[in-house]
Design a protein around this ligand. Structure first.
Ligand code: C5P
Length: 232
């Protein structure tokens, strides 16, 4: 798959989401559907956005026993999403079960990514709450390697970690990176941010961009700017 910009459609319901997507006349951006929209609207939101011609990253971050994840992944695969994800913390056997569940009878399957440690988790919280004593960078890289071992296609990570992940897991192992802001834009609640151009330079394969596009005066222009900076 070629480098692309994925728009995080963090909307509360489908009216708002479709009103946003209607602004993109001919372009059919790759979109990310998260828990909020999916739980509000159910699987029909995936079918409807797919029918409009968009590629979909379904960001549900599964984490359960291997058998449950395998069966849930089979359902997501039949929804024909292009990309989905899980928590690497569910262990290698859970990730292997996910790949199995996701694989269709013809051998094809959506791209499967792992979330390593959430960027909202600090090293202190990892230590005190999860009893993980190692430095967070080491944990993130270990989880990425586990994901590669289990046969996953890549990880969701900070663009600032993309080069490191490629060094550890191979250049074809995908890095899908949120935390993107324009050089002249607001950072909002994101802390470790970078621009689309810098993300390209560090080696991100896909950038996930929410508010810099969804809250822009002209979302179409903001999307075009992302595409130009990131893919050209
Ligand atoms: O609006 P903004 O560009 O910050 O949106 C980023 C999107 O990426 C949101 O949907 C957010 O939940 C998601 N995300 C993130 N950081 C992660 C994983 C996902 O910002 N580590």
């Amino acid at each position: 798959m070629e480098k692309d910009v994925i728009i995080a459609c963090d909307f509360a319901g489908k009216e708002e989401c479709f009103e946003f997507l209607d602004k993109f006349k001919d372009a059919k951006p790759f979109v990310k559907i998260g828990m909020e929209l999916f739980y509000a609207e159910g699987p029909s939101i995936v079918r409807e956005i797919k029918a409009r011609g968009h590629k979909i990253f379904l960001d549900l971050k599964l984490h359960d026993i291997p058998n449950t994840v395998k069966k849930a992944m089979a359902v997501l695969s039949s929804l024909d999403v292009d990309m989905c994800n899980l928590h690497a913390g569910g262990t290698i056997s859970m990730m292997e079960a996910a790949v199995e569940g996701l694989t269709r009878p013809d051998g094809s399957r959506p791209i499967l990514l792992a979330v390593t440690q959430l960027t909202s988790t600090s090293e202190e919280a990892m230590k005190s709450d999860l009893l993980i004593d190692k430095p967070i960078d080491e944990v993130v890289m270990h989880y990425a390697l586990n994901a590669a071992k289990a046969g996953l296609d890549g990880v969701v990570c900070s663009p600032l970690e993309a080069a490191k992940v490629h060094n550890a897991c191979g250049k074809d192992f995908l890095t899908v990176t949120p935390g993107i802001r324009f050089a002249d834009g607001d950072t909002g609640d994101q802390v470790r941010v970078t621009t689309p151009a810098k993300a390209k330079e560090i080696g991100s394969d896909f950038i996930v961009v929410g508010r810099p596009i969804t809250a822009a005066k002209s979302p179409v222009d903001a999307y075009k700017r992302c595409i130009e900076e990131f893919t050209n």
